[in-house]
Design a protein around this ligand. Structure first.
Ligand SMILES: Nc1ncnc2c1ncn2[C@@H]1O[C@H](COP(=O)(O)OP(=O)(O)OP(=O)(O)O)[C@@H](O)[C@H]1O
Length: 702
């Protein structure tokens, strides 16, 4: 068994034939069985007379074998796998009285005839006792499904509440494992404790008597051994969990044969029904159907992980050997062959103990820290620590960053990741301080230029309106509406007011006024308006409860400039393009000059590059055509028969000689030009960088 894709292994166990009984089969080899109808059957009406012989191949045919052999061949391999962390399921299926309980539990009165469960327990506890490096905890549960209801067979030895006892139901785990919620499980420390629980459960099982079995199980029973194996090494957080399900199914029975009546008959109906569901599930699994009807019955639902799940699953098909049971025998073997087609994917269920894991990681961190410290000492970095930064260290980093920002020559030495993070955090702090300072500066600048009106202050607003400041119904000062697409100063809500949203009539009348009297008091010239729109600060930088209006005196001065007094600065700066042009002529003239120079040089270099590239292409095509020509000459020469000198070299014509020389010259100039082109390319890139740099400086300087 392995963790790869597996198929369910199926064995057939034939119950020893009673004395005087007649067999209906021959064993072909240890895997094949030949079943045939005897002549007597032909008289009976219930057989299909057409088919009389069948041959089946299974994983093993067990006739007259001891309980030991069955354990060693069938159960032991999966039990050993379970001890390594793989789930296991052992199923006993077959006709009533065929020996399922005998196989699973054995004959309690005889030690030699003990079944797979006691033998498995024995093997497990022996392995636990012998293990030096592993510590395994064993828990046990025992449940029966009687008339389609779960019953905890160990509830008598546990303090399970009545509610839990009545409400056992199947739950699926994330990894696909299934368990019965509410079912009691019991830790056992040795084989004896485990066997006691097995016998306790056995006494609680539903048993009835009928013609074919005086102790017939009337329910499906699942005895489960849970194993949790930890390493004895304290630090190892890994542990495995697995379980072994021993499933003793109730036997299929023909009421005619068992002569069941009353309660036993009802039980038989339930048993046969749930076995039909089991068969349907197995059929769907064997046919790889997309929907598997696990939930049809309690049995298939709780065996979901054993049938086509993550378990190593084996099935023992128990059959009677006598010919009178040939129908049931064939039916059991058919089911067994279908079961053989069911795939399972056993997975080792390894987990990690979180407490141990944390402990292990802490130790690992300590080791790594020590290793780092040793490494730092070796490379003379003994001053480096890996603890959290102290206040003093943070102060030092702040100082380093300040120096770095103020002095372009200053560099910050990288020491470790924590210090880098500290540096970035300091940058972020400084950025935060700077941006709020900038915001404040902008606000102060506006305050120095404009008068802020409190929207609640009706008197101030009236005064402003008297002075000709356009204020809308909301008390907002109207600006930025030259083209209908700009945005105004935000209203009290703080939201920017789209110019298109402003009352259209007002807008229209204002336009008319503007056309008739461009310098009307309170109105701005189109140019000034344009500037206002351009320089309107972003809405969030505005005081939220105030509107802005230019002081009336200042505005008057702006609109009625006197001949003698110097022209007042406009209330808004010029548009960007205009300001930029002014800057280029003034403060930025030097850098602008350098930029133009660099541009000229760049232009010249680019032109030279293009010319040279063209030249190279020409040379290349000349080389190609000369080569062609030389090839033709050589071909012609060779077709006429080569003449050679005393050294054996071919004698060529003067024309061919000249062409060869020409080719040589062309190649040389191609090589030289190509080198020059490469240099030019570098120069162009360099000039481009210089131009970009100048341009950047010019933009930043404005
Ligand atoms: N291989 C065997 N060797 C000896 N005795 C056997 C063998 N198989 C079954 N028996 C005996 O046959 C009887 C019926 O067996 P068992 O109770 O195990 O059948 P079963 O399949 O579990 O029936 P049911 O489905 O009705 O519970 C028992 O007395 C048992 O000891």
């Amino acid at each position: 068994m392995s963790a790869s894709n597996n198929k369910v292994k199926v064995y057939l166990r034939l119950k020893p034939i009673r004395s005087g009984g007649k067999k209906s089969y021959e064993i072909v080899d240890d895997k094949r069985i030949h079943v045939h109808r005897c002549g007597n059957d032909l008289q009976k009406s219930y057989v299909n007379n057409q088919i009389r012989d069948w041959e089946f191949t299974l994983n093993g045919i067990k006739e007259n074998v001891s309980q030991t052999e069955i354990y060693d061949d069938v159960a032991r391999p999966v039990v050993l796998q379970a001890m390594k962390g793989y789930n296991a399921t052992i199923l006993a299926y077959g006709q009533t009285g065929a020996g399922k309980t005998y196989t699973m539990t054995g004959a309690t009165e005889s030690y030699r005839q003990r079944g797979l469960i006691p033998r498995s327990l024995s093997e497990i506890f022996k392995a636990i006792d012998q293990s030096i490096d592993q510590n395994t905890t064993i828990r046990i549960s025992y449940v029966e499904i009687y008339n389609e209801s779960f019953f905890d067979l160990l509830s008598t030895v546990s303090d399970v509440s009545e509610y839990e006892r009545q409400n056992l139901h199947v739950t699926e785990e994330v990894d696909g494992s299934c368990y019965i919620k509410g079912l009691s499980d019991h830790i056992v420390n040795n084989e004896e404790e485990a066997l006691n629980l097995l016998f306790e459960g056995e006494t609680n099982r539903a048993i009835s008597s009928h013609v074919l079995n005086k102790n017939s199980s009337r329910s499906h029973c699942i005895f489960t051994i849970y194993l949790q194996t930890h390493s004895r090494t304290q630090s190892d957080p890994k542990y495995t969990v697995s379980k072994i399900n021993f499933v003793d199914l109730a036997g299929s029975e023909r009421l005619r044969k068992t002569k069941s009546e009353g309660r036993t008959q009802t039980e038989a109906v339930y048993i046969n029904k749930s076995l039909t569901f089991l068969e349907q599930t197995v059929l769907s699994l064997a046919d790889k159907k997309t929907h598997i009807p696990y939930r049809q019955s309690k049995l298939t639902h709780c065996l979901k992980d054993s049938l086509g799940g993550n378990s190593n699953t084996v099935m023992i098909g128990n059959v009677w050997s006598e010919e009178e049971h040939i129908e049931e025998t064939i039916s059991t073997i058919r089911f067994a062959t279908r079961m053989m087609k069911v795939h399972t994917v056993p997975v080792r269920r390894e987990h990690e103990d979180p407490t141990k894991l944390v402990k292990q990681m802490k130790t690992e961190i300590e080791h790594l820290k020590r290793e780092l410290a040793m490494h730092d000492t070796l490379v003379n970095r003994s001053h480096v620590t890996y603890e959290n930064l102290s206040e003093q260290q943070r102060g030092e980093i702040r100082e380093q960053v300040k120096n770095f920002l103020s002095d372009p020559q200053c560099e910050i030495d990288i020491v470790n990741i924590r210090q880098i993070k500290g540096v970035f955090e300091t940058f972020r702090d400084i950025y935060g301080i700077m941006s709020s300072e900038i915001e404040k500066n902008v606000e102060d600048k506006f305050r120095s230029r404009y008068t802020l009106l409190d929207k609640q202050d009706a008197a101030a607003i009236a005064q402003a309106q008297q002075a000709g400041v356009p204020i809308d119904d909301n008390g907002d000062y109207l600006v930025g509406e030259t083209d209908g697409s700009g945005y105004g100063i935000p209203g009290a809500s703080g939201k920017p007011v789209p110019s298109s949203a402003v009352n259209a009539k007002k807008k229209e009348s204002k336009k008319k006024e503007k056309r008739s009297s461009p310098t009307t008091k309170g109105q701005q010239s189109p140019e000034t308006k344009g500037r206002t729109t351009e320089q309107t600060p972003s809405p969030d930088k505005q005081p939220k409860t105030s509107s802005i209006a230019p002081p009336p005196e200042q505005e008057k001065k702006e609109q009625e400039p006197s001949q003698n007094t110097p022209v007042e600065k406009p209330s808004t700066p010029p548009p960007r393009s205009e300001a930029f042009e002014e800057f280029k002529k003034g403060l930025g003239s030097e850098i602008n000059r350098i930029l133009s120079e660099n541009k000229d040089i760049l232009g010249a270099k680019k032109r030279a590059y293009t010319t040279l590239a063209r030249q190279i292409n020409l040379t290349k095509s000349e080389i190609d055509s000369t080569k062609c020509k030389l090839n033709d000459m050589r071909d012609e020469r060779e077709s006429l028969g080569n003449q050679v000198d005393q050294n054996g070299a071919p004698i060529i014509s003067e024309e061919e000689y000249n062409e060869l020389n020409r080719l040589k010259g062309l190649k040389n100039s191609y090589k030289t030009d190509f080198e020059e082109l490469k240099n030019l390319k570098t120069e162009v890139a360099y000039c481009q960088k210089q131009v970009d740099l100048c341009r950047q400086k010019l933009i930043q300087g404005q």
